[in-house]
Design a protein around this ligand. Structure first.
Ligand code: NDP
Length: 411
């Protein structure tokens, strides 16, 4: 999650991934545990689990909306790894930038839009999917406009900043008869899938406690951090931006929904970054089967990105847990580092297959809304100092452990 991580370069990440990969393979230890991935040195072929490539004229066309750090640092390149998705349009408030990006990625000038003329995309048959990569509070507006234009929508996390916006996006999707997916890339990532499948099989016994800490520093001089420190655009602080990864992971690891949350919030009083949004959120969640979660997220920590799952018969540790390119998972004493796949490409391919084959998506609108509701409950618990009940009956429609193709090279 490139320090959602936007503050270090893709190149540095790849370099560090290579170094830790070798260290991880060397450290792979004996011990009880799930089957290691197949392939040389226990590493799978990164192409495993990807769908067969389609000829370009049969791939679905994507319009990328918002050419910021994530779009330019990860998503545009992911189209080269994708097998069912291609980029055919760009939407930006900065035409010069859009022209440069279009030239680099072969997007025709007729596929360049700005935020005012975006609705003309209805007349562009080369666009099947609108991928929204804008500040959080703008997701609803562009999702509704995309659905009105008859397009499918892939929306970055968090889905929105409030429940009304989530409900409106789901209603617009239904009214248009088009699919909506929230971009939880970790649900396509091999280490995360291996962890889910290991826990589902009961190899480590019951999950007892999950501990997670996800944080980074923010820099008010960085435009990508400016909107993140602005409540109207971001919704809230670190929880909505990066704490959401720990929340979502706890839910997909335990495979249940929390029934109660408690929290404490803290913002340093004299730090101008935290005039509008919280800094540290420390929260707990109770799951109906007895598992407990405690974790923290912050916008002023040193970079941290770890999750530990303590079970009856073993411990699983992700550190880092949700990077773009350098995951590391330890199950008991066994360090597992699989070849990295492009999570964004896998996610886009999954969405394309769901559209063309009319299958359910892994993270639909209801799934995105569940995280928004839980995050709002956590903030309420922090503000009031009281436990908040969260057992409102949500059940996820698709478990990534079984819905994402099985042949990722993981057990
Ligand atoms: P950036 O600030 O880098 O990019 C957002 C872009 O949105 C801007 O560059 C700009 O593009 C456009 N924009 C339109 N209106 C505004 C506005 N009022 N203020 C600021 N930007 C505006 O943010 P990120 O790329 O880091 O994040 C975008 C979204 O992606 C967020 O929802 C975030 O949560 C999510 N994200 C997801 C990650 C993941 O791993 N799944 C990782 C990082 C972010 P232009 O100049 O082209 O108009």
């Amino acid at each position: 999650m490139k320090r959602d991580m936007s503050s270090i370069s893709r190149r540095r990440f790849v370099a560090s991934a290579g170094a830790t990969l070798m260290a991880g393979v060397a450290a792979a230890a004996e011990g009880q545990g799930p089957a290691l991935p197949s392939g040389p040195a226990g590493r799978p072929d990164p192409s495993l689990g990807s769908p067969d490539p389609l000829p370009l004229d049969r791939q679905l066309g994507f319009a990328v909306v918002g050419l910021g750090k994530l779009a330019l640092g990860e998503i545009m390149d992911a189209f080269t790894a994708a097998r069912r998705a291609k980029v055919t349009a760009l939407v930006s408030g900065n035409r010069d930038k859009a022209m440069r990006v279009a030239a680099r990625y072969g997007v025709p000038q007729t596929g360049i839009y700005d935020y005012e003329n975006f609705d003309r995309i209805v007349d562009n048959p080369a666009v099947d999917v609108v991928y929204i990569v804008l500040p959080n509070a703008l997701h609803r507006q562009f999702a509704e406009r995309a659905f009105r234009a008859g397009k499918h929508v892939l929306c970055e996390k968090p889905m929105a900043t409030n429940v009304a916006d989530c409900e409106a996006m789901i209603a617009a999707s239904r009214a248009a008869g088009r699919k909506l997916m929230v971009a939880y890339r970790s649900q396509f990532e091999p280490h995360n899938l291996l962890a889910m499948r290991t826990l589902r099989r009961g190899d480590l016994g019951a999950v007892r406690v999950i501990t997670a800490d996800i944080g980074r520093g923010t820099d008010p001089r960085d435009p990508a951090d400016q909107w993140r420190l602005n409540r109207a655009l971001a919704g809230s602080g670190s929880l909505f931006d990066i704490g959401i990864y720990a929340l979502n992971a706890a839910r997909f690891l335990v495979n249940e929904e929390p029934v109660e949350v408690r929290a404490q919030l803290y913002a340093p009083p004299n730090d101008p970054r935290f005039r509008e949004v919280e800094d540290v959120v420390v929260w707990t969640m109770r799951f109906p089967g007895g598992a407990l979660f405690h974790g923290s997220t912050s916008y002023s920590y040193s970079f941290t990105n770890s999750i530990q799952v303590t079970c009856d018969r073993g411990v699983m540790v992700f550190d880092p847990s949700m990077e773009y390119h350098a995951h590391r998972l330890r199950i008991r004493d066994r360090v597992i580092q699989m070849s990295e796949i492009d999570q964004f490409a896998r996610e886009m391919d999954h969405f394309c297959m769901a559209i063309t084959d009319n299958l359910p998506v892994v993270a639909d609108g209801a799934e995105g809304m569940q995280d928004v509701k839980l995050m709002l409950a956590i903030l309420e618990a922090g503000r009031t100092g009281r436990a908040v009940a969260t057992d409102w009956g949500y059940r996820r429609s698709a478990d990534p452990a079984t819905s994402v193709p099985d042949n990722l090279g993981v057990a």
